[in-house]
Structures are given as structure tokens and as C-alpha cells.
Design a protein around this ligand. Sequence first.
Ligand SMILES: NC(=O)c1ccc[n+]([C@@H]2O[C@H](COP(=O)([O-])OP(=O)(O)OC[C@H]3O[C@@H](n4cnc5c(N)ncnc54)[C@H](OP(=O)(O)O)[C@@H]3O)[C@@H](O)[C@H]2O)c1
Length: 290
Amino acid sequence: MWFFNKMCTSKTRLDGKTVVITGASSGIGKETARDLYARGARVILACRNMEKTNEAVEDIKNNPPSWVTKVEYKNNVGELAIYLLDLRSFKSVGDCAKNLLTNEVAIHILINNAGMAAASSYEKTEDGNETTLQVNHLSHFLLTLLLLPKMQSSSPNCRIINVSSLTYICADIDFDDINLERSYALFKSYARSKLANILFTKELADRLRKANIHGINVYCIHPGIIPTEVLWRMSNNAMKRQQMRPVFIIQTVAFPLHIGRQTIVITPKNCGMYPVVFYIWNQKKISPHF
Ligand SMILES: NC(=O)c1ccc[n+]([C@@H]2O[C@H](COP(=O)([O-])OP(=O)(O)OC[C@H]3O[C@@H](n4cnc5c(N)ncnc54)[C@H](OP(=O)(O)O)[C@@H]3O)[C@@H](O)[C@H]2O)c1
């Protein structure tokens, strides 16, 4: 139940910090945006659906997170901005990065949060990659590398947070069938992309250290089992949805949305002693076992 979850009690402010969050139009990303906006950050919602993201912005502006009163919220918030980003397309990632590099003075925190598990049948992107792998991992990889110079010039105290999932424990990566052409399954593609998030985090931290780039810490987190669209879509046919409904209702009560942001929110504020830490939903650190 929610009261067993550890909540972030810190009131740390993020005035003057710029945060980019992918997939902030709904779910955990939107809740994280709400929290960081309340702390005074300039929060950039990098999303593909402009109508939905505009609605998210209105919602965030009008509804504070539970730890702040409406009056405090009104007077102490940061800024919200929207950038177009469709992670199914490398071109869109490149355009988004270019716009961010041109328009933003600094980027202090990058939260690679967007994720999908919706491809019920096998799909490839225009770039020729299995869609879930590209959306959840490859495009975030590209976005991160394109934004790194700006983050480097914005350091110290910069953070890159990759939102993974404990489902990674079910995954492996078959480099002979990297596009899963021979063995596609929805859960398999999702879990594999989440393992890729962790491997990317680990490698990025190693390379930053070897290149003597300090002041950018890299994290990977599992936010919990939160009843969001991604979880709902995971049950990919009507029959399974009927079966999932009671589970979903229990989860909605047990793990409300604001729980999902806790792990992400505490991560930017913890000056990391460790460059790569895998945080899980109750904010405990676990060491990656590879
Ligand atoms: N919920 C859980 O229990 C759980 C557990 C472990 C890990 N996670 C991870 O948490 C992260 C957030 O998921 P969530 O639970 O908050 O699900 P969600 O509510 O479905 O949010 C996913 C977000 O990703 C965006 N997105 C999907 N495809 C995209 C694309 N091609 N380009 C740009 N944005 C795209 C969605 O945008 P649209 O609105 O346009 O679709 C949405 O804003 C994901 O990485 C997920 O894997 C979730």
C-alpha cells in the first residue's frame, strides 16, 4: 500500500536549473514534471503529442503536488516549456536536440523517461529498428549524446536519469537477432529495451569517467509498478485486459501516480556518490549484478 512506500520529504529547490523530461505528457513523467516545476525548475516536456502535452501543462499549472499548498505553488514555481520529440524517429530526435541546443542556455538534468510497450504486433521504425528498442533505448541514447556537450558546459551538478524497469531481469540481448525478427514478443521486446537502458547507463558512466568529464552523474531507476498507460497497454488484447482489470484497480489504490515520481525526484537531489546506481521503487539502492 502507498503508506509502505518511502516518500520524498525534501523541500530542496531547483531554481535556476533546467530539466528535460521525455514522455512528460502522462504518467510518471508528468508527475515528475509537476514536482520539479514546484521546486522552481525550468521543466521542458519533450513529447510527441502536442495536444496531450498542452493539456498536461495546464494540469500541472493548476494542480500542485500534494506536498505544497496552492498559495505556495502559485508564487514559487519555475517554468514549463514544450519541445516536439517523437522517439520513433532519429530525425525527430536530432531536430529536438538541435532546438534544445539552440534555445536553451543550459541543461542540468536529463530524464530519459518516455517508454512504450504497445507494439502488439511486430513493427519497425523508419530507421529500420524494432520499435520498442528504438523508442525506449536507441533514441534516448542518441538524445543523450547530442545533449552531452551542453550538459558538460552546464556542469557541475548535472544528472542523467534513465528510467528502466525491474523487468530487465527477464531479458537478454541476442545480437544475432537484434531486431527480434525471429522471436518477437511484446514483453520480451520491452524487458530487453529496459536492460539496454541499464547497460547504457553503466557504459556512459564509465566513459565519462575515463574521459575525465566530471560533474555529470548518471543514474538508472525502476519507478515501481504504477498503473499508467504503459502498464495498461502491456496487456495487449481485449481478453487479457478484462483479466487485468482487477489487478489494475488494486494497483491504482496501492500505488497512486505520485508514488511513481518519488524515485526520480529523489535522484536529482541526491548528490550521487556513485555514478551508476540502480534505484528501485522504495528508493533503496541495489547494485547492478553484472
Ligand atoms: N508504470 C510502471 O509500472 C512502470 C514500471 C517500470 C518502469 N516504467 C517506466 O516508466 C517510464 C514512464 O512510463 P509510465 O508508466 O509513466 O507510462 P505512460 O503513462 O504510458 O507514459 C509514457 C510516456 O512516454 C511517451 N512516449 C511513448 N512513445 C513515445 C514516442 N515515440 N516518442 C515520445 N514519447 C513517447 C508517452 O507519450 P504519448 O502520451 O504521446 O503516448 C508518455 O508520455 C517508462 O520508461 C516505463 O517503461 C513504468
